[in-house]
Design a protein around this ligand. Structure first.
Ligand SMILES: CSCCC(=O)/C(O)=C/O
Ligand code: FE2
Ligand code: NI
Length: 186
C-alpha cells in the first residue's frame, strides 16, 4: 500500500512522523502545495520476467504518450530491478545519496515498490511508492531513493534531455538518519 510519512529534520525528528497516510487523495493534497504531483494510474497486469525495457515501454505506450503530449519529457526509459540484480548494492548506494536533478523527476511505478524521500526545507517526506503510483517532483528538489537490499520494482522515467538520468549529489548524509525501505516492512 502506498504510504506517505512526513518527518521534521531536527535531532531525533526521524523517530516518529508528524503525518502518516495511505489515502491517495490525502497524499495528493499534502504534496500538491509543494509542487509535487501524485496520481494513481492503472497498471497493465503482470509483466513477463523476460520483458526487456523496449517491451515494457511498448506495453505502456498509451501512458507514455499521455505524459509526453505536453512536450516536456521527450526521453523515457524503463528501469527494472530484481532481487538478484548483480549491481543492486552499487545502485542502491547511488540512489541513497541525496541528490538533485536539473529537471523534474517524473516516475510511474508499474511493478513492485520503492521509497522516495524528499528533503524540502525543514521537512523530509517519505513516499512508499507502489505499482500504479505516478509522481512528479520539481527540478532542484533534494531527495534520495531506497530500493532496499533485495529490490523489486519497475518504473518508467521521463526526462527532458536525451542523456536521461543526470544527478548532482549534495554530499549530505541525511539519508542515514531516516527509515529505509526494509524498516517499513516493505
Ligand atoms: C524509481 S526510479 C529510480 C531512481 C531514480 O531514477 C532516481 O532519480 C532517484 O532519485
Ligand atoms: Fe532522483
Ligand atoms: Ni548526519
Amino acid at each position: 500500500m502506498t504510504l506517505l510519512q512526513v518527518f521534521g529534520t531536527g535531532p531525533a525528528a526521524s523517530a516518529s512522523p508528524n503525518l502518516s497516510s495511505s489515502d491517495p487523495a490525502a497524499i495528493a493534497a499534502t504534496l500538491a502545495p509543494m509542487g509535487i504531483g501524485f496520481e494513481r494510474w492503472q497498471v497493465q497486469g503482470g509483466l513477463s520476467p523476460e520483458a526487456d525495457p523496449a517491451a515494457i515501454l511498448a506495453v505502456y505506450a498509451t501512458e507514455i504518450a499521455r505524459v509526453q503530449a505536453g512536450g516536456s519529457y521527450p526521453t523515457v526509459d524503463a528501469i527494472r530491478l530484481t532481487p538478484n540484480h548483480p549491481d543492486r548494492q552499487a545502485l542502491r548506494q547511488k540512489f541513497l545519496a541525496e541528490h538533485t536533478h536539473s529537471e523534474d523527476e517524473v516516475r510511474f511505478f508499474v511493478e513492485g515498490r520503492g521509497l522516495f524521500c524528499l528533503h524540502i526545507g525543514d521537512l523530509v517526506l517519505q513516499l512508499l511508492c507502489e505499482a500504479g503510483d505516478w509522481i512528479s517532483v520539481p527540478a532542484g528538489t533534494k531527495h534520495w531513493f531506497d530500493m532496499g537490499p533485495e529490490p523489486h520494482f519497475c518504473a518508467l522515467r521521463f526526462f527532458d534531455n536525451p542523456a536521461g538520468w543526470v544527478a548532482e549529489f549534495t554530499g549530505d548524509q541525511i539519508a542515514d538518519h531516516y527509515p529505509r525501505l526494509d524498516d517499513l516492512g516493505a
